[in-house]
Design a protein around this ligand. Structure first.
Ligand SMILES: [Zn+2]
Length: 88
């Protein structure tokens, strides 16, 4: 294997990781290139990447509202209380 292909040789789990990151613009240039290289010969990850893109787009389209902080706090309290009861 050449030096270059070793540099870009990532396995499917790493590719999935890069794919997720790039959906959220968190991947750096190197990771994006690794991902593109992997997608070039891995059919499974191409499929995964396409589905991932679709999911992200539909999430954006659905205009999700984030949960207000007080509601989250309420859930946390409820979970804590439940936890205390279960472990008493
Ligand atoms: Zn793959």
């Amino acid at each position: 294997m050449s030096k270059i292909s070793r540099l870009f040789n990532i396995d499917c789990s790493e590719a999935a990781n890069c794919c997720n990151k790039s959906q959220y613009e968190e991947a750096n240039m190197y990771e994006k290139m690794q991902l593109l290289f992997h997608l070039a010969f891995c059919k499974t990850c191409r499929k995964f990447s396409a589905q991932n893109k679709k999911l992200t787009q539909s999430l954006k389209k659905s205009n999700l509202q984030s949960c207000p902080e007080e509601k989250k706090q309420q859930w946390r309290d409820e979970i804590n209380q439940q936890y205390v009861r279960d472990n008493a």
